[in-house]
Design a protein around this ligand. Sequence first.
Ligand SMILES: [Zn+2]
Length: 232
Amino acid sequence: MDIAMILIAGVLVGATIFIIGKPKKERKKEKDLSYYVKMPLQYTIDQVPVSLKEFQKKDKDFDPVYFSFVAFCLFRDVQEAWSNRNLNKLKPLIGERLFEVYEKVITDFTKKGQKNVIQDLMLLNAKICSVKIEDNKETIQVLMMVSCYDYLMATSSHRLLSGNNARKLSITYLVEFERTKEAKEEAIICSNCKQLVDKKHAIRCPFCNQELVPKTYDFIITNKIVLKETEF
Ligand SMILES: [Zn+2]
């Protein structure tokens, strides 16, 4: 789906945010995908580049492998709440500015009897681009390549209005996260084998290998930009 069509339909979540969220001039300055692909992972504290070890003196729990995983879990929860038009669920997961935009778009769709569905979301690749602390605010930029169905349908008749519910899209986003609270070392009960897993930063259950989805997050999504979108 090209940008012109998105403009007409005003459909895709990411693209909608991209168009609504950025004034024209600013949009032109946006770096392209190759810039972020080539970008080496940078940790900075008040604009001074530091090593991961030095960074962890400020945030002892920052673990890049675990963060890539949790970042996608949060992203998936946001997309699910969006598809279900669940504003209460969305609110604690995203920044205020993003929430205002989402709320407006969801309200508009609801008034028109339409629904934007993001389905079967899978992570293809994630790359952390930058991790920084500035004025005690921690932000992380992640390049996230996902696949999903993305379409607009009539809520009552389930008629397809735009997009495609038969072909998946591959979308690369630049997603920005902000830490909202100290990371907690919470034990998780595995949803599959019901064993208590208290291993810090565990992605999978050590007993049955089930993916351990966090119950709460220490981060929110503050921005999301579509860098590339192609049909599979
Ligand atoms: Zn288990």
